[in-house]
Write a protein that binds this ligand. Structure first.
Ligand SMILES: Nc1ncnc2c1ncn2[C@@H]1O[C@H](COP(=O)(O)OP(=O)(O)OP(=O)(O)O)[C@@H](O)[C@H]1O
Ligand SMILES: [Mg+2]
Length: 553
């Protein structure tokens, strides 16, 4: 799509005819502009007397000054009558929501400010130019990561990944809308532009070596393939990695003694445990210590179990039920009675070295019990370690451990009302970066996330959602939720997202940056700000010409 040429940018497309600071403005379109050329979610600039306001189109309306027109329609087959009626009795209008005030001089890149006033009556309205968009969202450079384009422009919309991970963020959308592709891109932004490290719980093996491209078929490169020196892959399922011919750096082994009562509590739903059964591990641990899990699963036979139950003073029936369910866990080959090494320490060492870790679940990703167990168990231990490191460094007035971003798919399984107050993920979201950890949650059912946790998700990126409850959940707490709802509910089913919240100056509708072929990878691994402009569009054109000339593929 071409950039808005200077001429179209300077063409007045309408004028302010109504509005208020709280409701937004109404713009009457010039008769020369077809309403079909304006999309919901597009950006416009209103030139007030002293200020240039940037605003997002949030609704489009056909209006008439004669209410009887629709009942007494003149003969519209006559072009002359049609033109007269159109020009005198009808008009098209846009509802827009001013968000920012641009610097007074066009092209000046000083800071934009919040819109605290509104433009005067009849102020002219223009399409936003590339310069205007850059003034608001920044240019692709060492601070800003290019994430996508506005709907009807080729301008690059950028986000500062340091702002993104300052607090927790979320990527939402129904299945197949591009959440994983977006999250992968955002993680690349974090990897390239911040000091932070990340841990990705890669349920479906899409982030490490390669991922699936459902539309074009075949595979797309993962983070390790693009950034081998900065990414380490841990696998829970060595056989699956070998079958997929996927590299890995470490095989994760979790000892029986690593399992904590809280880990079992987080499996209450998936293992279908009664509340009484779910509370027994706490009693067992107090009495038996770290070996409680091993002792319980190895206690066989009714008599022995009854004896253990009376020793620790719990209901024998509930304990039998608990043991039966926990036996399922012993079938996971990543659980080991006596592992030869401590995977958590190896994971911590990698993070300390500044590596980003992708934890692939292999076939275990299809088993929700394994996913919830491992994600909770590792995150709780990491959190403890981070707390220690932060407290130590506070005592020495240091800066603490490297910020850590934990990325989880199917987030509502960890953050649902009722469990969010107990799970470590709920705690991290509520702590709001106290120990240098934030979350990137990915979910297709945001209405399943506890509303208090949702309010901690400071930046939200949402692809299309079908269910109205999900739309409401994603927009909850946002100042312009009514207008944004109209934009969000009209997204295309793929590769489009509404981006809003702390890390982005104004809500913006984007076409997500494309990902999947060599040119895209090169733009990511050697962006033009790194190569000193060696990767610009014209540079790429000449490289293509040279390749064609010398027959390079
Ligand atoms: N930025 C992009 N560039 C290229 N293709 C994309 C992009 N975003 C999405 N797609 C296409 O859409 C498909 C679905 O995207 P993705 O796997 O990210 O969806 P999802 O929302 O994570 O789905 P699920 O809920 O099933 O996990 C991809 O396989 C790919 O073909
Ligand atoms: Mg996905």
């Amino acid at each position: 799509m071409p950039n808005q040429s200077d001429q179209t940018q300077h063409e007045t497309i309408g004028r302010v005819v109504d509005g208020s600071l709280t409701r937004g403005m109404e713009i009457k379109l010039e008769s020369s502009i077809s309403i079909e050329d304006i999309n919901n979610g597009t950006y416009v600039v209103i030139q007030g007397k002293h200020n240039r306001f940037v605003a997002m189109v949030t609704d489009l309306t056909l209006g008439t000054s004669d209410q009887n027109l629709k009942f007494n329609l003149p003969d519209m087959s006559d072009p002359l009558i049609r033109e007269i009626v159109k020009g005198s009795l009808t008009y098209n209008s846009l509802s827009v929501r001013p968000g920012k005030v641009l610097p007074a001089v066009r092209g000046d890149h000083s800071d934009t400010t919040e819109a605290r006033t509104i433009p005067e009556f009849f102020s002219p309205v223009f399409r936003a130019s590339q310069n205007d968009m850059e003034s608001i969202f920044g240019k692709e450079d060492e601070n800003n990561f290019f994430i996508g384009h506005p709907l009807d422009m080729d301008t690059k919309i950028c986000v500062d990944p340091r702002q993104l991970i300052k607090r927790s963020c979320g990527v939402f959308g129904r299945s197949g809308t591009g959440k994983t592709f977006l999250a992968r891109l955002l993680m690349i932004g974090v990897l390239q532009h911040t000091e932070a490290v990340s841990l990705i719980f890669d349920m479906h093996n899409e982030y490490g070596e390669s991922g699936q491209d459902n539309d074009r078929g075949g595979a797309v490169s993962g983070l390790k393939t693009l950034f081998p020196g900065q990414v380490s892959i841990f696998t829970l399922d060595e056989n699956s990695s070998k079958l997929r011919k996927a590299r890995y750096d470490e095989v994760v082994r979790i000892g029986y003694s690593d399992i904590e009562p809280e880990d079992i509590e987080s499996l209450t739903q998936t293992l279908n445990l009664s509340d009484v059964a779910a509370s027994i591990p706490f009693t067992l641990k107090t009495t038996l210590g770290d070996n409680w899990f091993k002792q319980l699963v190895e206690t066989d036979g009714q008599e022995a179990l009854n004896k253990l139950a009376s020793e620790v003073q719990v209901q024998p029936q509930a304990m039998r039920a608990l043991r039966n369910r926990l036996l399922r866990l012993t079938r996971f080959d990543f659980l080991d009675e006596n592992p030869q090494y401590n995977s958590l320490n190896r994971l911590l060492d990698k993070l300390k070295d500044g590596m980003h870790v992708v934890l692939e679940f292999g076939r275990h990703g299809n088993d929700l019990t394994a996913y919830i167990l491992v994600a909770n168990l590792l995150t709780r231990r990491l959190h403890n370690k981070y707390r220690e490191l932060t407290e130590e460094s506070d005592a020495e007035r240091g800066t603490g451990p490297k910020p850590l971003v934990i990325c989880i798919e199917e987030a509502h399984r960890f953050l649902a009302p009722g469990i969010a107050s107990q799970t470590i993920f709920g705690q991290i979201a509520r702590e709001d970066r106290k120990f240098n950890i934030t979350l990137m949650v990915i979910d297709q059912r945001p209405s399943g996330i506890d509303s208090e946790i949702m309010s901690q998700i400071a930046t939200r990126i949402s692809c299309l959602l079908n269910d109205e409850r999900d739309v409401d959940a994603v927009l909850s707490g946002s100042p312009n939720s009514r207008e944004l709802k109209s934009v969000l509910s009209r997204l295309n089913a793929k590769q489009e997202a509404l981006f809003f919240g702390d890390a982005i100056p104004m809500p913006i509708l984007i076409r997500t940056r494309p990902y999947g072929d060599n040119e895209h990878y090169q733009d990511l691994t050697s962006p033009s700000w790194k190569t000193g402009g060696q990767n610009t569009d014209s540079d790429k054109d000449s490289r293509r010409d040279l390749d064609a000339l010398f027959g390079n593929s």
